[in-house]
Design a protein around this ligand. Structure first.
Ligand code: GLA
Length: 504
């Protein structure tokens, strides 16, 4: 009896050892980290093969799928370098790890001399965390126009100020502010939740919210009662840019869920789809969600976010897009804002009612620029017929920030019914004049001074296509001015603007 038990025990130990002999790096390893603020589990998978002193295989860090390219060392201590294609460039990561018992202790360094931020990876079933199978893009067709966004959408978006720190309470607070501080009255209507609201899916495949957003339907009801609309965010990939659940393979289901919640606006962000699709396949992939949104029967503004790749302005309307980002992410600096804004000139012909170029959300009030610079920001965006999505904390802003955001006369230029985007009419060094054709024969003229010091910008009206100057109004001073002489000179502060409306 005793002998049999001993034999069985030996056999068990032997077999277990056979499956995972100590020091065996081979197999799939998962490090699961729970995010304390939202309760979402983020996993990093190391699918490793150790042979002839080399480690090969793949790494998935939530939304990033890497292939191991180089390795040194073995189970007792190793370094691996892995890479993935990111659009037209390559993204590389380096991990250092070692086996301790049957745990893989592995991590990265922020800088070569920084300490290792280690995670503990445990054995995971084969295939878990693998790149999902590619679903072939649909054949192209034109998605009918949804009839929305006749003028550029206006509202607020959570990303610029809050990034991952946005939650239900903050969104309600923002909606309260918008409904009571005058913003709603001048046209700011959409309250848009950006990335980081998502959790996984339930057994039926329905996308779930994480603990920051306990009840999206209730939140939508709250926002609607304030006379506002609610926007949300997703990605065509398995994951979003911040690594949360994306709509991949669930496009119709998610569109229905959004409609059921009462969502009025979707920003659909490419990042997570780049591992499965090429840039050339973007239109078909965006068309899929365009169709799905339309099929819900609910009016949902469709915002494409793929950073202007593949000349999106040429096909955005065909896939049902109401607006499309034309650039990478804006930052709250003068260089970033002007670098984007003044580069939009050639895109003017592509904007029209229902379909807008989107040079990204506003940074007004976020603190990285002066109020003079923020006036330039709003003026330039208005000349560009750009969506005006405030990106600051509306619950606590200075009166100056609120005054800039709610300048009705500048907003009227942005929201002009003709829907013609303005363009550069004149440039000399760091001074530029932009003009925009408005409905009823009016014209907006903006004198921009990109230099640090005040400058005088002088121009002959005839040089920039202005024929009548009987009624000229300064949209920041809120007063009519005498500009009847054939030449006009504006004194423009450093990094500032003088914005005029010339009426017939
Ligand atoms: C991308 C977008 C941003 C924001 C983040 C969220 O970077 O361009 O506007 O939505 O993703 O992760």
């Amino acid at each position: 009896m005793m002998r049999n038990i001993l034999l069985a025990a030996f056999a068990l130990v032997f077999l277990t050892a056979q499956q995972t002999p100590p020091g065996d790096l081979n197999g799939n390893w998962a490090a699961r980290n729970v995010n304390n603020t939202d309760g979402v589990v983020r996993s990093t998978y190391f699918n490793l093969k150790y042979e002839d002193g080399k480690i090969t295989g793949t790494i998935r860090a939530t939304q990033f799928f890497y292939t191991i390219k180089e390795s040194t060392g073995g189970p007792d201590g190793f370094t691996i370098v892995a890479a993935m294609n990111d659009g037209h460039s390559e993204r590389r990561v380096q991990y250092e790890g070692k086996l301790v018992g049957d745990e893989l202790r592995i991590g990265r360094r922020a800088r070569p001399d920084a300490p290792l931020t280690e995670m503990v990876a445990k054995r995971a079933p084969a295939g878990e965390g693998a790149l999902p199978q590619r679903i072939e893009p649909p054949a192209r067709h034109n998605v009918p126009y949804n009839g929305l966004a006749k003028t550029p959408p206006m509202g607020w978006n959570s990303w610029n100020k809050f990034a991952g720190r946005i939650d239900d309470a903050a969104v309600r607070g923002i909606a309260d502010a918008m409904a009571s501080n005058g913003m709603r009255e001048v046209g700011y209507i959409y309250v848009n939740i950006d990335d980081t609201w998502e959790n996984g899916r339930n057994a039926q495949g329905e996308i779930q919210t994480n603990k920051k957003f306990p009840d999206m339907k209730a939140l939508a009801d709250y926002v609607h009662k304030k006379g506002l609309k609610l926007g949300i965010y997703s990605s065509p990939g398995p994951n979003t840019c911040a690594g949360y659940e994306g709509s991949y393979g669930h496009e119709e289901q998610d569109a229905k869920t959004f409609a059921k919640w009462g969502i009025d606006y979707l920003k659909y962000d490419w990042c997570g789809a780049r591992t499965l699709y090429t840039d050339e396949e973007m239109p078909a992939i965006y068309q899929k969600m365009g169709d799905a949104l339309l099929q819900t029967g609910r009016p949902i503004v469709y915002s494409l976010c793929q950073y202007g790749r593949l000349d999106v302005w040429k096909w955005g309307p065909e896939v049902g897009g109401n607006l499309w980002r034309t650039t990478g992410d804006i930052r709250d600096t003068w260089e970033s804002m002007t670098g984007i804004g003044f580069r939009q000139d050639e895109l003017a012909p592509y904007a029209k009612p229902g379909h807008w170029n989107d040079p990204d959300m506003l940074e007004i009030g976020n603190g990285g620029m002066t109020d003079t610079e923020y006036k330039t920001h709003l003026s330039l965006w208005a000349m560009l017929a750009a969506p005006l999505l405030a990106g600051n904390d509306l619950r606590q802003m200075t009166p100056e920030t609120l005054a800039i955001l709610t300048n009705r006369e500048v907003i009227a230029v942005d929201q002009d019914k003709l829907g013609k985007q303005g363009s550069r009419a004149w440039k000399s060094g760091e001074q530029e004049i932009w003009t925009r054709q408005l409905a009823g024969g009016d014209m907006a003229v903006a004198f921009f001074n990109r230099a640090k010091d005040e400058a005088k910008i002088s121009v002959k009206w005839s040089e920039i296509g202005v024929t009548s100057t009987r009624r000229v109004r300064d949209l920041w001073l809120h007063q009519n001015i005498d500009a009847n002489a054939p030449e006009y000179s504006a004194s423009v502060p450093g990094h500032g603007v003088v914005m005029l409306r010339i009426s017939k």
